[in-house]
Design a protein around this ligand. Structure first.
Ligand code: NAD
Ligand code: UGA
Length: 435
């Protein structure tokens, strides 16, 4: 099938290159010409394992093209995916301006009877709103708008797209549903479950799924705090509850509060739309507040437990919101580093992937090429991202360089005994502090 993808970020680029690999002819367009120019010379603007390979293969066999001109991208396209950003407004409501602008731009240029498919995460009712807008702009009713939410995780995007737990097709029209079924037929043949439903339901599935996963994380973080007070071990508790197949083991790892470009903004948008609809989501409202409090609480904990004073130094290992990505959006580091700085603490930081982006958002940080350089004369060290690189740290070498003894392992990455053996005091999450 001839497919156009509008927006070449994490989702658009993954969608475009994976659909090309599944046998479709795909043209990607982005409003950012610089991004397209980089893509055309295979210089990917984001880090995603396996993606560069797929893009290279698609470009080589001609199944994947990047088009500067919107007309080129849309030429004879039977299906057009919208994968532009849907960030949060300051009041938490969804900002639909990118998706509305892209719908307005494509409307007069769409091939007759093309299906527009909303891949971006949007509040229920958006597909209907876009269908009205496109009909008005074209002065015709030939275009159907469908919903096809995306469930991929950054850092695992290609695998998640090619082997999803399910594909959700939201269409209020038989023809639109058929087009989506045809697009995903190669995956359906591999026994991926396909849920066909209305646009509103599909849009709601996406928000409800993200909210539920975020609730699991918020829940285990609260259990971790309880464990710290009563002497439990959150890892054993998570294992014990996760073995119940009705609960499952995923999203039960405690951390410094969830971040990223999705859970924080999607829970806020979900709460806002629910409030507006007169069905406030009390669990989600509390979750959002608790998650922010957690980041600040863990920042204060460093200051208090290491008894830090103005002029001291903290080494921060890990800036990305999770391992496997260079994305720092809503990362715990963005709350904790400014907190430390406000208390007069000098920060030395390292991240294997995210330093280039972090430099744009954090000032007055000493950026270090290695974790060992970051540890130099540090009064305390904190791990914020669960990078594999940090699992294999030479702890004796770290301890040697540090001035203080406190290591805050906010990802429970290191065996506490190994930290203790290196002469450091390990403060993890949800387990008794090592001596
Ligand atoms: P992104 O910011 O990485 O990419 C969005 C792209 O859209 C940018 O390259 C931007 O230049 C482009 N764009 C904006 N307006 C445009 C326009 N009018 N025409 C053409 N291009 C335009 O965002 P993303 O992470 O890919 O997310 C996109 C959507 O997918 C969001 O709704 C997000 O919530 C959702 N989503 C993201 C993930 C994820 O892991 N990142 C997973 C599932 C769903
Ligand atoms: C998340 C969802 O997992 C995807 O299914 C969804 O498609 C995506 O949001 C989206 O809608 O955009 P992502 O943000 O890439 O994907 O990352 P996750 O792996 O889910 O992690 C999100 C945050 O939660 C990270 O800060 C991570 O460290 C934290 N987390 C995750 C935990 O603290 N504990 C866990 O057990 C899992």
């Amino acid at each position: 099938m001839r497919i156009a993808v509008i927006g070449a970020g994490y989702v658009g680029l993954t969608t475009g290159s994976c659909l090309a690999a599944l046998g479709h002819r795909v043209r990607c367009h982005d409003i950012d010409g610089g991004r397209l120019a980089r893509l055309a010379r295979l210089d990917l603007p984001l880090y995603e394992p396996g993606l560069e390979d797929l893009v290279r293969r698609g470009m080589a066999d001609g199944s994947l093209q990047f088009c500067l001109g919107l007309e080129d991208a849309l030429e004879a396209a039977e299906a057009v995916f919208l994968a532009v950003g849907t960030p949060a407004l300051p009041d938490g409501e969804i900002d639909l301006s990118q998706i509305i602008a892209s719908a307005r731009a494509i409307a007069p240029r769409l091939a007759r009877n093309a299906i527009v498919i909303v891949k971006s995460t949007v509040v229920p009712g958006t597909c209907r709103q876009l269908a009205d807008l496109i009909a008005r702009e074209r002065g015709a009713l030939d275009i159907r708008v469908a919903s096809n939410p995306e469930f991929l995780r950054e850092g695992a995007a290609v695998g998640d797209f090619m082997e999803p737990d399910r594909i959700v097709i939201g269409a209020d029209d038989v023809q639109a549903a058929k087009v989506l079924e045809e697009i995903y037929a190669p995956l359906a043949r591999r026994k991926v479950p396909v849920l066909s439903t209305s646009c509103d339901n599909a849009e709601l599935v996406k928000y409800a799924a993200n909210a539920f996963l975020a609730l699991k994380i918020g829940f285990i973080n609260d259990i971790a705090e309880l464990c710290e007070r009563i002497g439990g071990d959150v890892a054993r508790v998570a294992e014990g509850i996760g073995l119940d197949r009705r609960i499952g083991p995923s999203c039960l790892t405690p951390g410094p509060g969830f971040g990223g470009s999705c859970f924080p903004k999607d829970t806020r948008a979900f709460a806002a739309v629910s409030r507006r609809a007169g069905a406030p989501q009390a669990l989600i409202e509390t979750l959002i507040r608790r998650n922010e409090e957690r980041k600040a609480h863990l920042g204060r904990r460093i200051l208090n437990e290491a008894a830090l004073a103005s002029g001291d130094t903290v080494a921060v290992l890990g800036l990305a919101f999770k391992a496997g990505t260079d994305d720092i959006r809503e990362a715990a580091a963005l709350t904790i580093i400014p907190m430390l700085q406000k208390a007069g603490i000098a920060v030395r930081a390292h991240d294997p992937m995210a330093m280039a982006l972090a430099r744009r958002h954090l000032a007055d940080v000493r950026w270090c090429a290695t974790p060992y350089e970051a540890a130099e004369k540090a009064d305390a060290l904190v791990i914020l991202t669960e990078w594999d690189d940090y699992r294999g740290l030479d702890l004796a070498r770290i301890a040697d360089r540090m001035a203080g003894r406190m290591l805050f392992d906010y990802r429970n990455l290191l065996p506490p005994e190994a930290v203790t053996a290196a002469g450091l005091r390990c403060i993890g999450l949800g387990r008794p502090a090592a001596p």
